[in-house]
Write a protein that binds this ligand. Sequence first.
Ligand code: BGC
Length: 351
Amino acid sequence: MSNTKTVGKIEKFDEFNGHQIDKLTLSNANNVSISVITLGSTLYELNVPDQDGGSRNLILNFKHSQDYFENPFYISMGIGRTGGRIADGQLVIDDQQTQLPQNEGTTTLHGGPHGFNTQIWQGELGKQDGNDVIIMHHLQKSADDGFPGDMAVTITYTLSSDNVVSINFAAKSSAKTVFNPTQHTYFNLGKTSDIMNHQLKLNSTQALKLDDKKIPTEDRIDVEGTPYDFRQTKNLGQAIQAMSATKEKGFDDVFAVNPDANNIIAELKDPETNCAVAIESSRSGMILFTANSFTHDHMNFVRTDGVGYPHEGVAMEPMILPKPGQDRDFSEMTIPEDQTVAYSIKYHLSF
Ligand code: BGC
């Protein structure tokens, strides 16, 4: 009898700074497999069968651990304690201000210089309903990243028999702190080196207006009649081209999202391969980053054999929608002391 369960394995990926980095893989009966490396709890592969009997990796990855730190793009890495930007690194919880370490000029981006992505996680295989699952553990210490509280974090990756990848982030902290994690997955569902021919739909009517440091302001952009309007499925490349007069020359934006009845917030498809991903999240925001500033150098991608290309992938990063930066209102992402809080992101794959 063939095995209809999801099965896992662990193997060595490489060495980084004197530490062994492992790769953990789950495979289901449909020839779909996912893998995660212990460096940064980084999603390494989402492999689906292609039409020629081979397999296609739907996300961007690098050849070596070191490659992940040769550029500022957090390629498919685990992000925390908080995704997005904290203005001037000034965190406020209950009127108490904490000065966080900064890693983008004066800003604290994606958890700062010692965020989840920089940590080596302890990876193991576990069981859920008879299926293997990938579990990553890490104790994120206040002394290391400057946020209040020592936070025990577990990220669990599962792959269902109907090709849903689910990522569950659970955290418990020794003091009140903030938690708004995400996975910085860059999708490229096609055969080419960019996502310009992909189609995108977003359940969003507004994006946040950002200042020149990309910090959210109190102003909103109504998407109607603008390139930000993805309410109906449309070609992503044309939308990016419509942004060519902007400084960013594409999207690096925070959308307010309205999860539908099934908590779907975004759907991406490549019409050539027919591969698609629907993103499920119950949180109120999502960053859309179309990799506008990717360069040829310092981007040792497996897909394009060591060279990077602008728009090589698109990142959609579910998170709690940030409040205007200067308001310093972190209440929605604040978690109590000693209580487990969890968020999940699901990728529904089709091919
Ligand atoms: C940010 C971009 C940044 C990218 C990679 C996105 O979430 O909004 O500005 O370049 O992550 O770090």
